[in-house]
Design a protein around this ligand. Structure first.
Ligand code: NDP
Ligand code: MG
Length: 391
């Protein structure tokens, strides 16, 4: 029986992970769950899975959650940053599913690694912000980081059984999002609703906007660099609108291995949870005759400037990727709050990146300081330019 802690249980990945736990009760149990605002769902999850602890963001949330739990519920409700750390380091836990969204996932994930828990990693921001440090800690603690991000799960599966020395290149596929064929001149008129309508994947709102700007693919390039220990030059982003090939790996002899499946995150989540076994999770095979064609094209870095910004941050390294990530989080929440336009997102991020003096080979404190600075700097500029309180 593998005991899990699910950080971000109320999110899209968290709910999918719990649906797998529910299907295989003889393999998995849940010792800790965390959420932030969706307390009704968290209460239902607690009732269903009886974790030892449930962690929420603040005292009010904890008080409200307690009122939603049935009398006699034995789950301990805790709150605050230390509570998330407690959920990530619970002594009974074998594997932590890191599925909070954004930079909030970094410290609990680092704590879980220090506590020698294996990690099923969905929170790509952890590796974007602190990839060198996190991979180093994982090595020191003999911790396995199993990718949940579908592209990275695909790459992991394509590499399996091959020598790392024979790897030549990674093709990181991208659906291209809802605006693949929209002219850049029209980007100013894109609404929040347009941007939240992803053509192939069902995800939380932040990553859905990141997919529309293609920042998501940029964050994934940085994630892949750290996870697989390759240089950014050996990662090529390839637009593949059908999202059937989740990524590919090329070897020295010209062979390319691709991993395929319908776009359903349960495949990658189950792979990470059960590795090296595979579970019959009920995801149907692709209907190839109905799909007909698999197509590919190069990304347009002029149209999708966020991707170009992420390439720059990846190449520079140091604290710049953490700044890119923080500025992006603020810009995306400002867009979702309708304070800035879709077309303004890359400019807002670039201005913050241009102001940053990167620290090279940063310690965790340098990364956290750069993250805080970038959030404040981005927020302040949005505030000034709009003349009203920010998101
Ligand atoms: P969601 O927005 O659906 O869920 C986010 C989860 O994190 C929720 O449980 C939310 O709680 C919690 N949360 C939000 N803010 C905080 C905070 N400040 N502190 C603590 N917890 C917080 O996101 P997704 O599930 O879509 O994505 C989660 C992560 O997985 C992201 O890093 C994303 O990039 C990555 N990922 C997601 C994929 C997907 O298909 N969804 C695919 C690949 C990677 P609540 O809802 O209760 O407020
Ligand atoms: Mg992905």
């Amino acid at each position: 029986m593998k005991k899990l802690s699910i950080l971000g249980a109320t999110g899209s990945i968290g709910q999918n992970a719990l649906s797998i736990v529910e299907k295989f009760p003889d393999r998995f149990s849940v010792a800790a769950l965390t959420g932030k605002t969706n307390l009704e769902l968290l209460a239902r999850q607690i009732d269903r899975f009886s974790p030892d602890i449930a962690a929420v963001f603040d005292e009010n949330g904890a008080a409200e959650l307690k009122t939603l739990l049935p009398s006699g519920c034995r789950t301990e409700v805790i709150h605050g940053e230390e509570a998330y750390i407690a959920a990530a380091t619970h002594p009974a836990v074998d594997m932590v599913v890191s599925a909070m969204v954004g930079g909030a996932g970094l410290l609990p994930t680092v704590a879980a690694i220090n506590a020698k828990k294996d990690i099923a990693l969905a929170n790509k921001e952890t590796l974007v912000m602190a990839g060198d440090l996190v991979m180093e800690k994982a090595r020191e603690n003999n911790v396995r980081i199993l990718p949940v991000d579908s592209e990275h799960s695909a790459i992991f599966q394509c590499i399996a059984g091959n020598r790392r020395a024979d790897l030549e290149k990674i093709f990181l596929t991208a659906s291209g999002g809802p605006f693949l064929d929209r002219g850049k001149a029209d980007f100013a008129s894109i609404t929040v609703e347009d941007a939240l309508a992803h053509p192939t994947w069902q995800m939380g709102s932040k990553i859905t906007i990141d997919s529309a700007t293609m920042m998501n693919k940029g964050l994934e390039v940085i994630e892949a660099k750290h996870l697989f220990g390759v240089s950014h030059e050996s990662i090529e982003v390839l637009i593949h609108p059908q999202s059937i090939i989740h990524s590919m790996v090329a070897f020295l002899d010209g062979t390319v291995i691709a991993q395929m499946g319908i776009p359903d995150m349960k495949g990658a989540i189950a792979h990470a949870l059960a590795y090296p076994e595979r579970l019959p999770i009920g995801v149907p095979l692709p209907d190839f005759p109905a799909i007909g064609n698999l197509s590919f094209r190069a990304p347009d870095l002029i149209k999708f400037q966020c991707l170009a910004l992420a390439f720059n941050a990846c190449e520079s390294g140091g604290t710049l990727p953490a700044v890119l990530n923080a500025a992006n989080e603020i810009a995306v929440s400002a867009f979702l709050a309708r304070r800035i336009g879709f077309d303004q997102i890359p400019g807002v991020i670039k201005e913050t990146m241009d102001l940053h003096v990167p620290v090279m080979s940063p310690a965790l404190n340098d990364i956290l300081a750069a993250d805080r600075w970038a959030r404040d700097a981005t927020q302040n500029r949005i505030y000034k330019s709009k003349g009203k309180a920010t998101a």
